[in-house]
Design a protein around this ligand. Structure first.
Ligand code: SME
Length: 155
């Protein structure tokens, strides 16, 4: 039987907690988290991290095609989520002015900022080739996964 989407996110949260447990290396954990998400959620063509360095986001561990390395804060979907320190859900990237097309196949996008004590550490970016792929369950589920990561790696 196919698990419901909330159940899927509960399972992913449990698996992520197990992957993070006892491992302090942020790059290793981000790499495993992007692999967990990319292979655990259906209909994605990219899943990964950008980490903030000053006024830019710099590409971190990911699964998918090679992507743009540096995104100014405020630019594209990722830079917008970082500037707002809030999740941005884009049902159709063609309707988002300034969307940065790393892979022309991407049609919808969900970007969750990594926020600790008001400071944006980076973003988790998920892309899908399907328009309207992400909904509120995805938003809540991914925010919970990011919270596990930030709690683990917060300074
Ligand atoms: N589309 C993103 C850029 C990152 S790639 O999708 C991996 C954006 O507009 O910020």
């Amino acid at each position: 039987m196919t698990a419901s989407k909330p159940e899927l996110y509960r399972d992913l949260a449990r698996e992520l907690a197990a992957l993070l447990a006892g491992e302090p290396d942020r790059i290793a954990n981000a790499a495993n988290m992007s692999g967990l998400i990319y292979h655990g959620l259906p209909d994605l063509n990219w899943a990964g991290f950008y980490f903030r360095q000053g006024a830019e986001l710099v590409l971190g561990p990911f699964q998918g095609k090679p992507a743009c390395v540096r995104i100014p804060i405020g630019r594209g979907v990722c830079g917008t989520a970082a500037a707002r320190a809030a999740t941005v859900l884009v049902p159709d990237v063609h309707d988002f002015p300034g969307h940065i097309a790393c892979d022309a196949a991407s049609r919808s996008e969900l970007v969750v900022p990594l926020v600790e004590a008001g400071e944006v550490l980076g973003v988790l970016d998920l892309d899908s080739p399907l328009p309207g792929r992400f909904d509120e369950v995805d938003r809540e589920g991914c925010e919970r996964l990011v919270a596990l990561f930030v709690d683990h790696h917060g300074r």
